[in-house]
Design a protein around this ligand. Structure first.
Ligand code: MG
Length: 164
């Protein structure tokens, strides 16, 4: 088995929505990022890449590469899913925490799980999405941005259970 951990943060900027877990959520501000700035999926991709020993998201999708400008981060996640298959790993579970004062995620959580499970070709029960505030402390507490942490467990793929 292998574990991997991921962390990502992006600043708020001009805009009217954020993207988290592939879900577009209306918000009074947008995200400053080269891609769609989906901190949840970026943290999850980093955790998956870390568990596989394949570096980090910046190596696979450089933020100075015009191909990834405004990119849908689910593309990054699906690339990680391809790498899992190629390297004979399967996801045991993934647990993700979004840290933000706003927006509230509760109403969107199941859609996020569904998208992630679909992109990773696994059961939704293997994916958990949590949210917490920063209790008003520091830059996240002042709503200057939002962050996410992810942890994953991988196991060697058994041909009869691959992807499940
Ligand atoms: Mg990022």
């Amino acid at each position: 088995m292998r574990v991997g951990i991921g962390y990502d943060v992006h600043a708020f900027g001009p805009g009217d929505h954020v993207v988290l877990g592939g879900v577009r959520i209306p918000h009074e501000r947008g995200i400053v990022a080269h891609s769609d700035g989906d901190v949840l999926l970026h943290a999850l991709c980093d955790a998956l890449l870390g568990a596989m020993g394949l570096g980090d998201i910046g190596q696979h999708f450089p933020d100075d590469d015009p191909r990834w400008r405004g990119a849908d981060s689910r593309k990054f996640l699906r690339h990680c899913a391809t790498l899992l298959t190629e390297h004979h790993w399967r996801l045991v579970n993934a647990d993700v925490t979004v840290i933000a004062e706003a927006p509230r995620l509760g109403a969107h959580r199941e859609q996020m799980r569904a998208y992630i499970a679909s992109d990773l070709d696994c059961d939704e029960q293997r994916i958990n999405v949590k949210a917490t505030t920063h209790e008003g402390l520091g830059s996240l507490g002042r709503s200057e941005g939002l962050a996410a942490q992810a942890i994953v467990l991988l196991a060697r793929a058994d041909a009869s259970k691959r992807g499940r």
